[in-house]
Structures are given as structure tokens and as C-alpha cells.
Design a protein around this ligand. Structure first.
Ligand SMILES: O=c1[nH]c(NC[C@H](O)[C@H](O)[C@H](O)CO)c([N+](=O)[O-])c(=O)[nH]1
Length: 194
């Protein structure tokens, strides 16, 4: 069935039950970030990822996403190699998110199989937007290639708030891109373990 030009199309159903996933989100534009994070978590769990294996971390803004992703993944690798007991990563591994509910969770031991980086950049009337968008994109790609860990690109770079609302699934004709990112994280995390 032709699924339209946009979107990744159907992939083989992957089993996320053994995956550990980090969701790192900015706090700028929180009203847009919250549905995106919730959409990603929804699809992670629909893909079989246990909630206890999802670590959600927040950072001030999108500029901080790469360093937080890098630090979280590196710490998970160290923790995995040092026979961890109890919670993974200590405070670093505790979910500190704006998403209501969701007690501070810590993932079981082991490096993360995939990371979702979520931010919303809204163009202003300066070139600040371009600098952040370009640097964060390159930084997230570098983490993927340096560490060999899938970093799902969840940075919305939009020209106005209406475009962001649509992509956060907040309009009748919108679609929550966070769900796509959650599905991609399951697929790429599972493929990393093959
Ligand atoms: O995530 C965002 N951060 C933004 N700026 C903050 C930036 O990401 C850093 O947190 C800040 O510069 C401190 O390093 C934004 N704007 O400035 O417009 C934005 O739209 N989105």
C-alpha cells in the first residue's frame, strides 16, 4: 500500500523488550516539549520497552542536548562495565523531567541502546536560531558516529509556533512527531543489538 511521500514507511516489527533508551529533552517551549516527550514514550512502550528502562533527562535548552546525550551515554557505558548494582548512573540516571507523573526511574544496568534528543527551536528575528540548529545537529550526529549509538533527531526547527504545534500533534491536522522518534528509537536500538 502506498504510504505517501513523507514518513519512514513501515519497518519490520522490532522487539524493544530488552532495550534501554534515554530521552533527553530541552525545557525551552515546554508546552510543545511535553507532548513530544509523551509521544516518544508512548511508542517506546508500545514497542516493548519497559518503562523502567527509559531514562528521561531535561536540560535548559536545545544547545545543551549534545553534551547531555554524550555524558549520559558515556556514563551508562562506564556503569555497565563496573558491575553496577542498584540504580544505573545514580542521580544522572534518574529521570528529572517536566512530564507529570512518572516517578524518578532508573534504568537497569547497561549502556543505552538508543537515545532520543528532543528540542523545539523557533525562529526569531536574529540568526541565533541558525547557530543553535546547525551546531546541535552536528553535535548529535557526532555522538552517533563517535559512540556508535543511534541518536534520534528530535529537534524541531520551525519558523513559528503554529508549525511547532502541528508537529507536536496539538492541532486537528497535526501529527505528533515524538511518536515517530519513539518508533525509530526502538527500531534502531534493536538493530544495534543484532
Ligand atoms: O531549545 C531552545 N533553546 C533556545 N535557546 C536557549 C539555548 O538552547 C541555550 O539553552 C542557551 O543559549 C544557554 O546555553 C531557543 N531560543 O533561543 O529561541 C529555542 O527556541 N529553543
Amino acid at each position: 500500500m502506498f504510504e505517501g511521500a513523507k514518513g519512514p514507511g513501515a519497518a519490520a516489527i522490532m522487539d524493544g523488550s530488552g532495550l534501554r533508551v534515554a530521552v533527553v529533552h530541552a525545557r525551552w517551549n515546554t508546552s510543545l516539549i511535553t507532548p513530544l516527550v509523551e509521544g516518544a514514550k508512548k511508542k517506546l512502550m508500545e514497542g516493548g520497552v519497559k518503562e523502567s528502562n527509559i531514562v528521561v533527562q531535561s536540560v535548559p535548552g536545545s544547545w545543551e542536548l549534545p553534551v547531555a546525550c554524550q555524558r549520559l551515554f558515556a556514563a551508562s557505558q562506564v556503569q555497565a562495565s563496573s558491575a553496577p548494582s542498584g540504580d544505573l548512573l545514580g542521580e544522572l540516571g534518574r529521570s528529572t523531567t517536566l512530564i507529570p507523573g512518572g516517578p524518578p526511574s532508573t534504568a537497569s544496568a547497561g549502556p543505552f541502546d538508543s537515545i532520543i534528543a528532543i528540542g523545539v527551536l523557533i525562529k526569531g528575528d536574529t540568526v541565533h536560531f541558525e547557530h543553535i540548529a546547525e551546531s546541535v545537529s552536528r553535535g548529535l550526529m557526532r555522538i552517533q558516529l563517535d559512540f556508535g549509538v543511534p541518536v534520534i533527531f528530535g529537534l524541531l526547527t520551525v519558523l513559528n509556533e503554529d508549525q511547532a504545534k502541528k508537529r507536536a500533534g496539538l492541532t486537528p491536522d497535526g501529527h505528533n512527531h515524538g511518536e515517530d522518534w519513539g518508533s525509530a528509537a526502538v527500531e534502531m536500538g534493536a538493530k544495534r543489538k543484532l
